[in-house]
Design a protein around this ligand. Structure first.
Ligand SMILES: NC(=O)c1ccc[n+]([C@@H]2O[C@H](COP(=O)([O-])OP(=O)(O)OC[C@H]3O[C@@H](n4cnc5c(N)ncnc54)[C@H](O)[C@@H]3O)[C@@H](O)[C@H]2O)c1
Length: 285
């Protein structure tokens, strides 16, 4: 750990906070976990793949931060309770929840199976709802204690959406429905949890370079999700055409994406709630 990093950790914006970040073994989620940890938060790292999750934990500890893993798919029925329990047992509370775990499973509507449809609703909508439900008791009690003590303490929820959810995208009825649902869920939870001083916001990404969107020259670029091989990646010609139409001239990096999420975790956003901000270099579908 460098001295500079040590100073950041000691004086960061999130010292004393506990952050839960789903899907933080890779890509955007990993960068969010590292960024929040560098600002002093203790992080519960989740991924359905154990090795990358353990790597994120090890990297945070290497930087002098605090992290534990809560492995497994966010779609399993007992996951939300396990996640909440891990945070409370390891770090004594919950201050920030980032619902980031997700993926695409594309096809045109005439070829879309029920399994494909429900998989997108399960991972993007049902899983976050269960996490809110599991965390509600702790958050309500903590907010009550803080109000009695005359302390106004803000907690943060950041849900990850996509411009596909805001604008629609051919071949992504299932994904776009899930990501659009996140916007409605964000607005509704902001209204339910405002009384507990929870800021609930969403970040909708444009094109961010991760394994989901990497140039896939072969038709068999795929990822393993819960034992299923799912095709991901973008045709290289399509990818460069998309990049040319981004006003800022290129795709975003996972670190830039994490910056947008971090904005909604910092005290500077304490009076913003129920909003969805696009992080896409100015690009809309
Ligand atoms: N990359 C983009 O351009 C882009 C654009 C819009 C939205 N997003 C959203 O950003 C989020 C992160 O995507 P990314 O681009 O970093 O992808 P990624 O594949 O690089 O990382 C996602 C991580 O989430 C994990 N994950 C997937 N399903 C899971 C589950 N059921 N339980 C636990 N972990 C799970 C994966 O194993 C992976 O490590 C997703 O919600 C995605 O839909 C990405």
């Amino acid at each position: 750990m460098t001295a500079a990093r040590g100073n950041e950790l000691a004086t960061g914006k999130l010292v004393g906070k506990v952050a839960l970040v789903t899907g933080s073994g890779r890509g955007i989620g990993r960068e969010v976990a590292l960024k929040l940890a560098l600002e002093g938060a203790a992080v519960v790292v989740n991924d359905l793949d154990a090795a990358p999750a353990e790597q994120t934990v090890a990297d945070i500890r290497q930087l002098g931060g605090q992290a534990v893993a809560c492995l497994g798919s966010v779609t399993t029925t007992d996951f939300a309770e396990r996640l909440v329990k891990t945070a409370i047992d390891a770090f004594g509370g919950i201050d920030i929840v980032v619902n980031n775990a997700g993926y695409t499973w594309d096809s045109v509507v005439q070829r879309m199976s029920d399994e494909q449809w429900y998989a997108m609703l399960d991972v993007h909508l049902t899983a976050p709802m269960r996490i809110f439900r599991a965390a509600a008791g702790f958050i309500r009690e903590a907010a009550r204690r803080e109000a009695e003590a005359g302390v106004e303490n803000f907690r943060k929820v950041v849900n990850i959406s996509s411009i596909a959810g805001l604008d629609g995208n051919a071949g992504q009825l299932n994904y776009a429905a899930g990501k659009a649902g996140i916007v409605g869920m964000t607005k509704s939870l902001a209204k339910e949890w405002g009384r507990y001083r929870v800021n609930v916001n969403a970040v909708a990404f444009g094109l961010i370079k991760t394994r989901l969107t990497e140039a896939a020259a072969t038709a068999d670029a795929s990822v393993d999700i819960d034992g299923k091989r799912i095709k991901v990646g973008v045709n290289p010609d399509l990818l460069s055409a998309m990049e040319r139409s981004i006003p800022l001239g290129r795709a975003g990096t996972p670190a830039e994406a994490a910056g947008a999420v971090a904005l909604f975790c910092y005290p500077e956003s304490n009076y913003i709630s129920g909003e969805t901000v696009v992080c896409g270099g100015g690009f809309r579908m």
